[in-house]
Design a protein around this ligand. Structure first.
Ligand SMILES: [Zn+2]
Length: 294
């Protein structure tokens, strides 16, 4: 069974002493994870799915065994990075997409192929506290922390998600601790915007815009790649194939379901290929007939 790969978070997880732990052990998805994903209620929010999925697949952060509570404190940038790696571990590093040229006179279809490892990641090691000085009279100083997945999840349920997120992350105003949202309400809109920008600037980031070039007309244009949406869409689109593979392996090998669901997607597909070949040989089909039948 695969024990996982080591990777370095672009931001990091803060331990109790405020130390930034960036080393993570991540394992690829196994059949049991796919089965779990397919059983989730359809209204489950994407950030909740991500938190639970990462809690299953992140084995270790620094010297600590990962827990769901730890995952909930990771920043969105670290989460995007982990999904990017999980995408590669599960489906391979190569991504193939079909785009349509945005030039109205051209509209040619084209392939955009890239390696997940080429997606730029901006590293910003995490700190327990950041400060923002707001100009004006009097000048004010806001102490804040970066939001984690759990903050985003909780804020998304609030009446005003943007305010709720700031309220959770502002730690102090002019040196005084500020529990709840009072400090945020005391800030003018421009200050809130500045705070929002300061948080973004301090956060690690996975680039979601790629440059494409039309081979027909030569036009260059940006296109977005959302690793999370792409990863989840790939998983959901494989549901039928997953069910067939599990059925085929249990039907022919008589392995217990728990063992089949313990296989990574790669191992499972490997056994299914071997089995299909053996079944085709048994049925007396030639290679050409097999190709025609598939
Ligand atoms: Zn074009």
């Amino acid at each position: 069974m695969s024990s996982g790969v080591l990777c370095t978070l672009p931001g990091g997880w803060l331990d109790r002493r405020g130390g930034c732990q960036r080393e993570v052990v991540l394992r690829p998805l196994r059949g049991g994870d796919e089965e779990w994903l397919y059983s989730l209620p359809p209204q489950t929010s994407q950030v909740s799915v991500l938190t639970m999925l990462l809690a299953r697949c992140v084995k270790r952060i620094g010297p600590y065994r990962a827990s769901r509570a730890m995952i909930r404190t990771l920043s969105m940038g670290d989460c995007d990075f982990l999904v990017l790696r999980l995408h590669g571990l599960t489906f391979g590093e190569r991504v193939e997409r079909v785009l349509v040229c945005p030039d109205a006179a051209c509209g040619a279809k084209m392939d955009l192929d890239f390696e997940l490892g080429q997606v730029p990641v901006e590293e910003r090691p995490r700190r327990p506290r950041y400060t923002l000085r707001l100009e004006g009279s009097p000048a004010r100083e806001v102490g804040f922390r970066l939001p984690g997945l759990g903050d985003v999840e909780a804020a998304s349920r609030a009446e005003d998600p943007e305010r709720a997120l700031l309220a959770r992350c502002v730690l102090d105003l002019d040196g005084k601790a500020t529990p709840g949202g009072d400090a945020v309400d005391a800030l003018p809109d421009a200050a809130r915007e500045a705070l929002d920008a300061a948080m973004e600037q301090a956060s690690p980031r996975v680039e979601d815009t790629l440059e494409a070039r039309c081979p027909e007309c030569g036009r260059e244009f940006p296109t977005t790649f959302d690793a999370t949406a792409s990863f989840l869409a790939s998983l959901y689109s494989q549901r039928h194939e997953f069910d067939r593979a599990v059925h085929l392996l249990s039907f022919h090998y008589h392995w217990p379901l728990g063992e089949i669901l313990g296989l990574t997607r790669e191992r499972r597909r490997h056994y299914v290929r071997l089995l299909r070949d053996a079944l085709d040989v048994g049925s007396g089909l030639s290679a050409r007939e097999r190709a025609e039948a598939s």
